[in-house]
Design a protein. Structure first.
Ligand SMILES: Nc1nc2c(c(=O)[nH]1)N[C@H]1C(S)=C(S)[C@@H](COP(=O)(O)OP(=O)(O)OC[C@H]3O[C@@H](n4cnc5c(=O)[nH]c(N)nc54)[C@H](O)[C@@H]3O)O[C@H]1N2
Ligand SMILES: Nc1nc2c(c(=O)[nH]1)N[C@H]1C(S)=C(S)[C@@H](COP(=O)(O)OP(=O)(O)OC[C@H]3O[C@@H](n4cnc5c(=O)[nH]c(N)nc54)[C@H](O)[C@@H]3O)O[C@H]1N2
Ligand code: SF4
Ligand SMILES: [Mo]
Length: 806
């Protein structure tokens, strides 16, 4: 008798474990998910990383949460006394508690935390989570914006009125020069790494700014080894060379930036038409003034029409302009910016940043001669106390290339038409202004509803500016991912009610009152309207199929959101709890239906074409320009000035460095930064045997000379100390580092018994939690960005050969 051949099914989809969202094919053999492979027909499907290939291990991990759990003993008790409960009981309990807290303290006293979609599959659900928050009425989203989103998405709105490079993605297919600044796609986003490799093959140049020669940096034509956190000085220096040598797109700067506008020397404000004529023409928004150098007279610029009444110039030097209050000395915004750059000539950059002066010039030349320039900047320049200035300085440098929204530059690819269903209109008026931190940092992420962990901890513990009493967590391992882990524990334990939805128990979830088991992305359907990285990707729509059933009673985040919403009486805003109906509304304008997508699990391409330089489009005879107060790229930001911040990009020494803190430098002479791990996402995945086997212990990269001077050998356990405490790691020599820089790994807590690997105490010196030794107290004044990537430190041999964790 012939043996039954195994049933094999290959299911197209995509890996949703990180931002790359790599197109993939899942193999299911006899009902069991056995392999995940790349799907080269998918726009992001050229390759998978080790984490994606380990997906079946994640799915079948014996430690997955299976049932809703309720705490029966007080938070802080070593035994939470978890009790299995049913879904109805769990959701009723959660809805009841949230409603009670909102009734007493207002909906803003409930914070929602979400694992960053860059490191998790919450991307499947962020639309619905936002809608839930808006309908519930809370403006407080805790989502790591201050760690890795501000510099890409929100800070650039002060320069470009748009997220450059977060949404205006590098057009790698056409770029002449690629600039990666504190970004390593080889580890962080495989689909970008493959596209970059293709671009290099066809001759594109690559410049990488990174303290480490790793990944992309090792392949670069020019690697600029910057001292952590001094990136703004480097950007100003490169821009200075470009300006001085005329290596910049003069037309773009004149026509599309606010460079020509005159700035009053007396108060730093933009000169207005009212200054000239006393406001005789009255009404309307302010009109500004530039200088027509040929005619030797002022010309008025009207932001409402985006036009000058004459020929503006990028005036060098100063000019005295007659106003109703007498003559006023003015400089063009561009001249102010150029003067700012002149403070950082290559030799000064060399002394601040440690980048050779000649390389500063080489970088300027390469950017100019190999343009169009496509760039991306990420966590290397986000986690700093001067993150806003870095983003502004790089944004200014990029404006000089004239490559924005040009072929081969940073382009907003045409999206699939889709309505925004985040329900912004549902948030009651006045609630946005109640976001935590908006008073202290009115231009920071809270303006958009993103709150920082420190603000949340303070609101819970001190009731400032009001008491936060409830937390709804979709993933987010806040305790390990953010600084001040002990304060975090204290805060989360002080909540009246905390519900956490996750695939696994983690040190943050352990503090919850109710824990909900979540289906992994391979166990749930999800709709993705548009992928990232190219026009082909942006045009791609896919309804990801479920590969296998979830373990136990685990459910998707979407089911949890819709279930909670209906129980809270918000069902009308959630299509009566029907997720398909919600997805249909997202597809409304796309010309696709859910049935089309179900019939084509491999995804469907909507025919779309890229339109470039959309800022030059005209509507009713008025150029679209940029969404800034002057309708131009704001090299000079009066908005920042009005709030007491530098209006033009500036370099500020990182606030917790050996230079800014000479009082700490002797004891802590090293600079601590960090980088992502190629085998793990953030604080996850250390329990997966195939991955952990390849990286058993937390490591600290250190220059061999720095190690030798401390009697540390390769692979030795070391103690990493900062003013905030100490933790352990194994020394890994890296001779490409500066001897005064060490690079740590965060996220170590999870054991992997299958390979005999220990777990680590998140709260003590025998553990390996890097964020235990970093503090939140000194932050970027504008955004609240944290000093994770430039912090004073010292390293010594552990001396006891051990570091077995806790
Ligand atoms: N494998 C893997 N992939 C991931 C993640 C993961 O944990 N693992 N996490 C995801 C998430 S949440 C994010 S935000 C992205 C992040 O993606 P990236 O930003 O690319 O990640 P990192 O490796 O942390 O940082 C990039 C580089 O910044 C450098 N760097 C450190 N300090 C500085 C500095 O002061 N200045 C400059 N210029 N560079 C510096 C580091 O050496 C590193 O090579 O990756 C996503 N993808
Ligand atoms: N020192 C230092 N600290 C850092 C960084 C650094 O570079 N250095 N990087 C920072 C960055 S960039 C970020 S984004 C943060 C990351 O911090 P987090 O956003 O907290 O991300 P993770 O640590 O990856 O934790 C993700 C959690 O979500 C769960 N999860 C995964 N997928 C899903 C899902 O689909 N639904 C639900 N409900 N849960 C899910 C996982 O099981 C895990 O418990 O850490 C930051 N911390
Ligand atoms: S890079 Fe790896 S983890 Fe991220 S989506 Fe691709 S395969 Fe998944
Ligand atoms: Mo991130």
């Amino acid at each position: 008798m012939a043996e039954a051949s195994p049933s094999i099914e290959r299911i197209p989809g995509y890996c949703s474990l990180c931002i790359s969202r790599c197109g993939s094919i899942a193999t299911v053999q006899d009902g069991r998910f056995v392999a995940l492979d790349p799907d080269p027909s998918h726009p992001t499907g050229r390759a998978l990383c080790a984490k994606g290939r380990a997906a079946p291990e994640l799915v079948y991990d014996p430690r997955r949460l299976r049932y809703p759990l309720r705490r029966t003993r007080p938070t802080g008790d070593p035994d939470p006394g978890w009790e299995r409960i049913g879904w109805d009981e769990a959701l009723d309990l959660v809805a009841g508690r949230l409603a009670a807290i909102a009734a007493e303290g207002g909906p803003e006293s409930v914070v929602v935390s979400v694992a960053s979609p860059s490191t998790s599959a919450t991307d499947d659900t962020t639309t619905w989570i936002s809608r839930f928050m808006n309908a519930f009425g809370t403006p407080n989203l805790l989502g790591s914006m201050e760690l890795c989103g501000w510099g890409r998405f929100l800070a650039p709105t002060y320069t470009y009125g748009a997220p450059v490079p977060g949404a205006f993605m590098p057009d790698l297919e056409r770029a002449g020069c690629i600039l990666y600044w504190g970004y390593n796609p080889n580890i962080a986003r495989i689909s970008h790494a493959t596209a970059t490799a293709d671009a290099l093959k066809r001759g594109a140049r690559l410049i990488v700014v990174d303290p480490r020669k790793a990944g992309a940096a090792a392949k670069a034509d020019l690697w600029l080894q910057v001292r952590p956190g001094t990136d703004a000085a480097l950007a100003l220096g490169i821009a200075g060379v470009m300006i001085e040598r005329g290596w910049f797109d003069r037309e773009f700067v004149r026509d599309w930036t606010n460079g020509p506008l005159l700035v009053r020397e007396d108060d730093g404000r933009l000169l207005t038409e009212a200054d000239l004529d006393g406001g005789g023409r009255g009404g309307g928004p302010a009109r500004f003034v530039a200088w027509d150098a040929a005619a030797g007279r002022p010309v008025v610029y009207n932001p409402a029409t985006g036009r000058y009444a004459g020929d503006p110039s990028l005036l060098p030097g100063t000019v005295r302009v007659a106003t109703v209050a007498g003559e006023v000395e003015c400089r063009s915004a561009f001249e102010i910016v150029a003067a700012g750059c002149r403070q950082y000539p290559p030799d000064v950059v060399a002394s601040i940043c440690g980048v050779e002066a000649a390389q500063v010039v080489d970088a300027a030349r390469m950017l100019w001669e190999s343009r169009p320039v496509a760039y991306y900047a990420w966590s290397g320049v986000e986690q700093h106390t001067n993150a806003t200035q870095i983003a502004r300085a790089i944004g200014q440098l990029y404006a000089l290339t004239g490559s924005l929204d040009a072929p081969g530059g940073n382009v907003l690819f045409t999206p699939v038409p889709a309505p925004n269903v985040e329900g912004r209109e549902l948030l009651p008026p006045g609630q946005r202004a109640r976001a935590l931190g908006v008073l202290e940092r009115p231009l920071g992420p809270a303006k958009w509803g993103f709150v920082t962990t420190d603000d949340v901890y303070r609101a819970i513990l001190e009731g400032t500016p009001y008491r936060v009493r409830g937390l709804v967590g979709f993933g987010a391992n806040v305790i390990l991912a953010h600084a001040d882990s002990r304060r975090g524990r204290e805060a989360l334990a002080a909540l009246d009610f905390y519900v956490h939805a996750d695939l696994f128990m983690n040190p943050t979830a352990e503090l919850a009152d109710v824990v909900l088991p979540v289906a992994s992305p391979f166990e749930r359907e999800a709709l993705k309207v548009g992928f990232e990285g190219s026009q082909d990707a942006a045009s791609f729509v896919q309804l990801r199929r479920k590969v296998v059933d979830p373990p136990g009673e685990a459910r998707s985040d979407a089911e949890i959101v819709f279930g909670l919403a209906t129980r809270l009486g918000l069902g009308d805003h959630f299509w009566g709890g029907d997720i398909d109906a919600g997805n249909r509304s997202r597809l409304q304008a796309s010309g696709l239906t859910l049935d089309d997508l179900r019939a084509h699990p491999e995804g469907i391409r909507v025919p779309l074409e890229t339109r470039f330089r959309k800022y030059a489009d005209e509507r009713d005879g008025v150029p679209v320009g940029f969404s800034t107060p002057t309708r131009k790229v704001e090299l000079y930001s009066q908005t920042l000035l009005d709030h007491g911040y530098p209006p033009a990009p500036e370099f500020e020494e990182p606030r917790v460095s050996p230079i800014s803190r000479p009082d700490l430098a002797e004891r802590y002479p090293l600079i601590l930064t960090s980088a992502k791990h190629h085998l793990f996402c953030e604080t996850q995945h250390r329990g997966l045997p195939s991955l952990r086997r390849k990286a058993m212990d937390p490591e600290l990269e250190i220059h061999p000379a720095a190690a030798e001077a401390r009697g540390i050998g390769q692979g030795d356990w070391v103690v990493l100390e900062t003013p905030s405490g100490s933790v352990r790691a194994r020394a890994r020599f890296n001779d490409s580092l500066r001897p005064d820089v060490v690079v740590g790994q965060h996220g170590w807590w999870e054991p992997c018994p299958e390979v005999g690997a220990p777990g680590y105490d998140p709260y003590g010196p025998d553990g390996a939690n890097l964020n235990l030794v970093i503090a939140n107290d000194v932050v970027d004044p504008i955004s609240g960005s944290v000093p994770h990537r430039a912090y004073v430190a010292q390293v010594r041999a552990a001396g006891d050969g051990g570091g077995l964790g806790g």
